[in-house]
Design a protein around this ligand. Structure first.
Ligand code: NAP
Length: 309
C-alpha cells in the first residue's frame, strides 16, 4: 500500500486530507505542537524547523509520497513575524523538497492564491505572481525553492474552507461560530475569492498524486463570490440570521495588506483529472451535510483528546 507522509496533519487541510486518504492509503501525519492519540492514522511529532528534523522524519517513516501542508498560514502573524514566516513558509519546503527528491519520492507542496496581487483576478497558472504581503511573498519563495530542489514537485495553489480540529481555522467556521452565538460580524464586499471545500480539495490532491502531474496547479471552486456573499450563503444554509452580517469594506487595521480579487481559473486541473471543480454552493451544501453527520463534532473531539494527554 502506498505510504503518504502529510506534514501539518493537525491543521485545517492536513487533518481533512489525512482522514480522506486513510481509507485508501497508509497515512502518517507530522504534528508539531499538538499531541494526538487515536486519530485513525499514525502520527509523528516534529518541529520541521529543527536542523535534522526533516531527514529524521523521512528516515523514520519511509513514505512513498510527501504532501507538505505545514505552514504559517495566518496573514497577520506572518506580517508580525516575517523571519518565522520566511523559515517555515519558504525555506522549510525547499529543504523538504530536496530530501524528497534525493529519495525519489512524489512531492506535493501546498502554496496559495495569495501569490497574486489581486488586481485582475481569474488568474491562470502562467500568470506572473506579485504578492503584496509577507505571507504571499514567502509562499512564492517556497514555490521557487521546491521546484528548484525537486523539479517533479506538484505545486498546488488553493483557497479552501471546512471544519477543523481547532474549530476556528476557516472563514466558514468564523461565520458559523459567530452567527450561532448571535454575534454581528462584518462581511467584506470588496474581496472576491473561490474557496473549495477542504474535503473536495483533499480528493483532488490524492487524484493528482496518483497521476503523473507536476508543476503548478490552481485548485479551487469553479465559481467565485465576495466574502460577504460567502457569509450570507453559510447563514442561509445553516438556518442562521444573515442580517447579523454587515457588508463592509476591508480594513487592515495595521495587519497584512489584503488583495481584492484572488479568483483562480481551474480549467487546467479540470481537464487533467477529467472533472469540473465543484461550485462554492456545492461545497457549502457538503459542509452542512458533514455537520449533520457529526463530522465537525468528531474533529473537535480530537482536540479534547489532545488536551487530555
Ligand atoms: N486556509 C486557507 O484558506 C489557505 C488558503 C490558501 C493556501 N493555504 C495553504 O494551505 C496549507 C495548509 O493551511 P492550513 O489552513 O491547513 O494551515 P493551519 O491550519 O494553520 O495548519 C498549519 C499546520 O502547520 C503545522 N506547523 C506549524 N509550524 C510547524 C513546525 N515548525 N513544524 C512542523 N509543523 C508545523 C501546524 O502544526 P501544529 O498545529 O501542531 O502546530 C499545523 O498542523 C498552507 O500551506 C497554507 O499556506 C491555506
Amino acid at each position: 500500500m502506498t505510504r503518504i507522509l502529510i506534514t501539518g496533519a493537525s491543521g485545517l487541510l492536513g487533518i481533512n486530507l489525512a482522514l480522506e486518504a486513510v481509507a485508501k492509503y497508509d497515512v502518517v501525519g507530522v504534528v508539531h505542537n499538538a499531541e494526538f492519540r487515536d486519530l485513525g492514522f499514525e502520527t509523528i511529532q516534529a518541529d520541521l524547523l529543527e536542523p535534522d528534523a526533516i531527514t529524521a522524519v523521512l528516515e523514520q517513516t519511509k513514505p512513498d509520497w510527501v504532501i507538505n501542508c505545514a505552514a504559517l498560514a495566518n496573514l497577520d502573524t506572518c506580517e508580525r513575524q516575517p523571519e518565522l514566516a520566511r523559515r517555515l513558509n519558504a525555506e522549510m519546503p525547499g529543504r523538504l523538497a530536496a530530501e524528497a527528491g534525493k529519495r525519489k519520492l512524489r512531492f506535493m507542496h501546498i502554496s496559495t492564491d495569495a501569490v497574486f496581487d489581486g488586481s485582475k483576478g481569474n488568474y491562470r497558472e502562467e500568470d506572473s505572481p506579485s504578492p503584496i504581503n509577507v505571507y504571499g511573498r514567502t509562499k512564492r519563495l517556497s514555490e521557487l525553492a521546491a521546484k528548484s530542489a525537486h523539479p517533479g514537485t506538484i505545486i498546488v495553489r488553493p483557497n479552501f474552507f471546512g471544519w477543523s480540529i481547532a474549530g476556528n481555522r476557516s472563514l466558514a467556521e468564523f461565520f458559523y461560530n459567530n452567527l450561532v452565538s448571535g454575534k454581528p460580524v462584518q462581511g467584506f464586499i470588496d474581496r472576491l475569492f473561490c474557496p473549495i471545500l477542504v474535503n473536495d480539495l483533499a480528493a483532488v490532491l490524492l487524484d493528482m498524486l496518483a497521476s503523473n502531474l507536476r508543476g503548478i496547479w490552481h485548485v479551487a471552486a469553479s465559481d467565485s463570490l465576495t466574502k460577504f456573499e460567502f457569509g450570507q450563503a453559510i447563514a442561509k444554509r445553516f438556518g442562521l440570521d444573515p442580517d447579523l452580517i454587515k457588508s463592509a469594506a476591508t480594513e487592515t487595521n495595521g495587519g497584512a495588506p489584503r488583495s481584492s480579487n484572488l479568483t483562480l481559473k481551474t480549467s487546467k486541473i479540470a481537464k487533467a483529472i477529467g472533472r469540473r471543480m465543484p461550485t462554492v454552493a456545492d461545497g457549502i451544501e457538503k459542509l452542512f451535510a458533514l455537520h449533520e453527520s457529526g463530522y465537525r463534532a468528531r474533529l473537535q473531539s480530537l482536540a479534547a483528546v489532545r488536551e487530555a494527554v
